[in-house]
Structures are given as structure tokens and as C-alpha cells.
Design a protein around this ligand. Structure first.
Ligand SMILES: NC(=O)C1=CN([C@@H]2O[C@H](COP(=O)(O)OP(=O)(O)OC[C@H]3O[C@@H](n4cnc5c(N)ncnc54)[C@H](O)[C@@H]3O)[C@@H](O)[C@H]2O)C=CC1
Ligand SMILES: O=C([O-])CC(=O)C(=O)O
Length: 326
């Protein structure tokens, strides 16, 4: 049996937490041979509620769950963490854009960046889910100068999975028939879901759908899916967000399939002309716990314009939180 790894989860009493914790503990994230210790962080008034969730975790008798801790202190929850899933933050309501949460949530991520810097494993892999996820990841990263900046990532896997589902539904195939989907940019309404390089059963996806559908329906449906769920459910996506967080970490740790790639919000190294340092979603392959940007993809003028629009939005968000970026 492998030694247990430590997975810190913030916002553990929230809606996403309620779905996420059980999937991590059952081995969906890191494999059915990898024991895990969960280190849960919540604000003080929610500690009793987390206690209830922990009772339920115990009652599942998960073979891989090697321990659970609860704390309202970030340094305790992040102590020696190998993985940190930063979910705890305010969600948006109807009529809001995710960046409207910047002011409410940004302070959380500067404090948690510092706490990760002080307490987590030097190899900690960080996923930011709390919105606006890309800019919150930037804030946490900049407040953790002793941790490799590349270990801070933001979740666009939900957008990636949504794009797979929309395309599969349109063409009448299963999502598993589709490879090389790409989400570029911000987890926001400016994101660019790009099928220019996507394959369906090994053939170009662009040849199988009408260009008008792609430009006028597919892109906006994926961009607006979070808002559509809030409108229908009265609360933002939770189980699908948790599932995508599991996918993001599993792919990062265990790798992408040969010939395929995924989408992750990662610090730009300047690839594709994107401003260095922004947490921008790129197509990436993963192997041995490392990700690498897929290079050499052709970018036409339609794509370039969309990639720049979402880049511009991220530059604006970064500038709005300058005071939190040491
Ligand atoms: N990146 C993505 O694709 C997605 C991101 N989200 C975002 O995830 C976040 C969480 O969503 P839900 O679970 O639905 O919200 P929720 O309100 O149900 O839960 C959030 C939890 O975080 C806790 N919390 C607040 N401040 C905290 C802090 N400083 N430390 C630790 N815990 C703290 C709250 O007490 C609450 O229990 C929201 O910002 C939401 O917008 C949601 C869906 C998808
Ligand atoms: O839309 C929201 O506010 C929640 C979220 O990020 C998503 O579902 O993509």
C-alpha cells in the first residue's frame, strides 16, 4: 500500500465540498491504490457543519481514507499538504459576472497564498476553484514566493467538459469519442472554447458541424453555461464543478491519454503571445505529475481575436487587484 498523501480542501462545508470530499475519499481523484488524508478548512461559524460532513465521511468507511482533520486556521489545514483545492469563496448569484466576486473573494486568496507558503509541502499542487478562479490563483501564487509559481492552477476543466458535452450532443457521439478540445483564457464569459484542432473519432470536428452553429451557438452556450445553471437551479453548479476538480487533479497527477490533451488555467510562459504571468487556460498534456503547454497549434484570425479578448479581460482583473500582488 502507498503512503497516504495530504489533500487540503477549503470551503469544505459548501455545496461543492459536499460532492468533492466523497469523490476524493473514494479514490476517484488519485487512484484506487492511493490513501488520502483530508485536511479541511472552513470559517469558524461553519465548523459545526463541517463536523457533520466528517461524520458522513466516517460513515462511508472508505478503504482509502486514512484520516480527516478540520480547522479554521489556514496554516493548520495546509500543513504539509501535497494537494490544495481552494474552493472556499462566495459564489455568484443571478445577474452577476464572476469578476463581480473579485472584491469579496480576493482577500481570501492572498491570506491562503501566504499560508500555503508557510505550511504546505514544497511540491504542493494547487487548484483554485473559487471565483474568479484565474485571478484568485494569481493572487495566491504571488503571495507564495517560496513555492514554484507553476504549481498554482485555476479550473477550466468544467468548461472543457461542457464543451465536450455540447459537441458530443450535436454530432451524436459520446464525449469519449472526442479528443483535443481546448479552452483558452479566463473561466468567464470571455473564455474561448476552440474546436479548430478537436478530433471526433480521429477526424476533424470542424468538418462535422456547421460553422454558424459553432460561432453563434456552441461558443456562447459554453461561455454562459454557469449562468444557465444558476438560473435553473437557483444556485451555482456544484456536483459538476466537483467532478471537474477531480478530473483536473487526476489528469495533472496521473497524466493525459496518448494523443489527447486537456485544458488548465496555468501561468502563461508567453506561449501563443499571451502576456507572461497571467493565469490563462491553455491546452496542456500531463505526464509524471507535470503539465506542458501544447505547442505549434495554428491560430487563425477568428481564434486570435477571441484569445486576445479573454487575455484583455485577465489583464484588467490583474490590474484591479494590484494591491494584493506583492
Ligand atoms: N472554477 C469553476 O469552474 C467553478 C467555480 N465555482 C466557485 O466555487 C466557489 C464555491 O462554490 P460553492 O461551494 O457553491 O459555494 P458555497 O457558498 O456553497 O460554499 C463556499 C464555502 O466556502 C466557505 N468559505 C468562505 N470563506 C472561506 C475561507 N476564507 N476559508 C475557508 N472556507 C471559506 C464558506 O463558509 C462556504 O461553506 C464559488 O466562488 C463559486 O463561484 C463554482 C463552480 C465552478
Ligand atoms: O457560474 C458560476 O458562477 C459558477 C461557475 O463558475 C460555473 O458554473 O462555471
Amino acid at each position: 500500500m502507498k503512503a497516504p498523501v495530504r489533500v487540503a480542501v477549503t470551503g469544505a462545508a459548501g455545496q461543492i465540498g459536499y460532492s468533492l470530499l466523497f469523490r476524493i475519499a473514494s479514490g476517484d481523484m488519485l487512484g484506487k491504490d492511493q490513501p488520502v488524508i483530508l485536511q479541511l478548512l472552513e470559517i469558524t461559524p461553519a465548523l459545526e457543519a463541517v463536523g457533520g460532513v466528517v461524520m458522513e465521511l466516517e460513515d462511508c468507511a472508505f478503504p482509502l481514507l486514512a484520516g480527516v482533520t478540520i480547522s479554521d486556521k489556514a496554516e493548520e489545514a495546509f500543513k504539509d499538504a501535497d494537494y490544495a483545492m481552494l474552493v472556499g469563496a462566495r459564489p455568484r448569484g443571478p445577474g452577476m459576472e464572476r469578476k463581480d466576486l473579485l472584491e469579496a473573494n480576493a482577500a481570501i486568496f492572498s491570506a491562503q497564498g501566504k499560508a500555503l507558503n508557510d505550511a504546505a509541502s514544497r511540491d504542493v499542487r494547487v487548484l483554485v476553484v473559487g471565483n474568479p478562479a484565474n485571478t484568485n490563483a494569481l493572487i495566491a501564487q504571488k503571495n507564495a514566493p517560496d513555492i514554484n509559481p507553476g504549481q498554482f492552477t485555476a479550473m477550466t476543466r468544467l468548461d472543457h467538459n461542457r464543451a465536450l458535452a455540447q459537441l458530443a450532443g450535436k454530432v451524436g457521439v459520446h464525449t469519449t469519442d472526442i479528443t483535443r478540445m481546448t479552452i483558452w483564457g479566463n473561466h468567464s464569459a470571455t473564455q474561448y472554447p476552440d474546436i479548430s484542432h478537436t478530433l471526433i473519432k480521429g477526424e476533424a470536428a470542424a468538418g462535422k458541424v456547421d460553422r454558424g452553429w459553432y460561432e453563434n451557438e456552441f461558443i456562447s452556450t459554453v461561455q454562459q453555461r454557469g449562468a444557465a445553471i444558476i438560473k435553473a437551479r437557483g444556485a451555482s453548479s456544484a456536483a459538476s464543478a466537483a467532478s471537474s476538480a477531480i478530473d483536473h487533479m487526476r489528469t495533472w497527477a496521473l497524466g493525459t491519454a496518448d494523443g489527447d490533451w486537456t485544458s488548465m488555467g496555468i501561468p502563461s510562459d508567453g506561449s501563443y503571445g499571451i502576456t507572461e504571468g497571467l493565469i490563462y487556460s491553455f491546452p496542456v498534456t500531463c505526464k509524471n505529475g507535470q503539465y506542458e503547454i501544447v505547442q505549434g497549434l495554428e491560430v487563425d484570425s477568428f481564434s486570435r481575436e477571441k484569445m486576445q479578448a479573454t487575455e484583455n479581460e485577465l489583464v484588467g482583473e490583474r490590474d484591479a487587484v494590484k494591491h494584493l500582488l506583492p
